[in-house]
Design a protein around this ligand. Structure first.
Ligand SMILES: *Cc1c(COP(=O)(O)O)cnc(C)c1O
Length: 389
């Protein structure tokens, strides 16, 4: 965390790298710096570290090591899953099914493919952010080459019925991808339980380093090569591996798995306390997303009559870091595509704010946030044209 006295509630954006992870990474910058493709002992030490990390990731996902490809992050894994499948299957069809609430890394990749003669169906969600598996079933045509639906939404936290959607895709023989960047390291993510063929995750969302992620590719799933050059990553992704980051990712995933059950219980309690406190102490506030099928660390809500940006800036001055849904949507101040997809008016959508809790969040933090918010809401509403009190 940037400062001990600050309260960081933006873990959905990124998390601090754990000290144990930094420690595990350090030798691979200095003493064990070899190129994993080199045949001498220095190279072998590095390649052994990568293969051990690959084994760890595979074990946690219930996958085989050869199905794990390290990437430069969640964005690259999403791009690769979607473009790689679309191009590999181009002679069979040109249709992709996704949803309106995906991360930009998925939505913009699909939109790019629309300029390359692919056709994209963006499925709607209900008011709690859930995709209906029957909608997936009816959207699939003989031309469909890929279905991609995120595991949990990064803005409102809704968790999708991935396993059911995956079963529908499998019946039709269509590759199924899920962006599990918000769930990996936080909830059980097992590729066979989820019925997925492709799955993306990113280390910096679970207390690992930034700039490293994974694409899981089920054996037999057809994908084109993504980066051309050397033969790294079983020929799928050229470029010398980021050894320290890969070691950091595996270490972080291992640590997360060990404490997952306890953290889910602890965070769910804090999440519910936080929302209860906010709801009891402020009028005209509404939870966004599903009340129970949601990430254990996510509280996203509307403060009617108050711009989310204004709330975020006022909390920042009080030493509390939170986020609005629109913050990472290309720097625009427009309402987020996710809250609009839930059916909120543009005004309400612009009033949403996201608090995402994490390992360092305490009961004391939650209490301080509950106390700090009402005077801010009252002050901002006093100057709001909607004049709610
Ligand atoms: C953060 C995030 C990404 C992007 O991951 P990077 O590693 O930052 O590229 C993709 N999808 C979701 C759902 C995310 O939350």
């Amino acid at each position: 965390m940037p400062d001990n006295k600050r309260i960081y509630l933006d873990h959905a954006a990124t998390t601090p790298t754990r000290p144990e992870v930094v420690k595990a990474m350090r030798p691979y910058f200095t003493t064990a710096f070899g190129n994993p493709s080199s045949f001498h002992s220095d190279g072998r030490d590095a390649s052994e570290a990568i293969e051990s990390a690959r084994g760890t990731v595979a074990r946690h996902l219930g996958a085989r090591p050869q199905e794990i490809v390290f990437t430069s992050g969640g964005t690259e894994a999403d791009n690769y899953a979607i473009e790689g499948t679309a191009y590999a299957w181009a002679e069979h069809g040109n249709h992709i099914v996704t949803t309106r609430i995906e991360h930009e890394a998925v939505l913009e990749t699909c939109q790019f493919l629309e300029t390359q003669a692919f056709r994209v169906t963006e499925l709607p969600v209900d008011s709690s952010g859930l995709v209906d598996p029957d909608d997936v079933r009816s959207a699939i045509t003989d031309e469909t080459v890929l279905v991609t639906v995120m595991h949990a939404n990064n803005e409102v936290g809704t968790i999708q019925p991935i396993s059911e959607i995956g079963a529908i895709c499998r019946e039709r023989g269509i590759p199924f991808h899920t962006d599990a960047v918000q769930t990996a390291g936080h909830m059980a993510v097992r590729v066979d339980d989820l019925n997925v063929d492709l799955l993306s995750l990113s280390a910096h969302k679970f207390y690992g380093p930034k700039g490293v992620g994974v694409l899981y590719i089920r054996e037999g799933t057809k994908l084109t090569r993504f980066l051309h050059g050397g033969g790294q990553e079983m020929g799928r992704r050229a470029s010398t591996e980021n050894v320290p980051a890969i070691v950091g990712l595996a270490t972080a995933l291992d640590l997360a798995a060990g404490e997952m059950e306890g953290e889910i219980r602890r965070l769910t309690g804090l999440r519910d306390d936080l929302w209860r406190g906010i709801e009891q102490n402020n009028d005209h506030v509404f939870l966004n997303g599903h009340p129970t099928l949601r990430l254990p660390n996510n509280v996203n809500f509307c403060i009617e009559g108050v711009e989310g940006e204004a709330t975020m800036l006022a909390l920042d001055i009080e030493g509390i870091s939170v986020s609005t849904g629109s913050a990472c949507s290309s720097g625009s101040l427009g309402p987020s595509h996710v809250t609009l997809a839930l059916g909120l008016s543009p005004e309400l959508a612009r009033s949403s704010i996201r608090f995402s809790l994490g390992l360092g969040t305490t009961e004391e933090d939650v209490r301080r946030v509950i106390e700090t918010l009402p005077p801010i809401v009252a002050r901002l509403r006093a100057v709001s044209p909607l004049n709610l009190r």
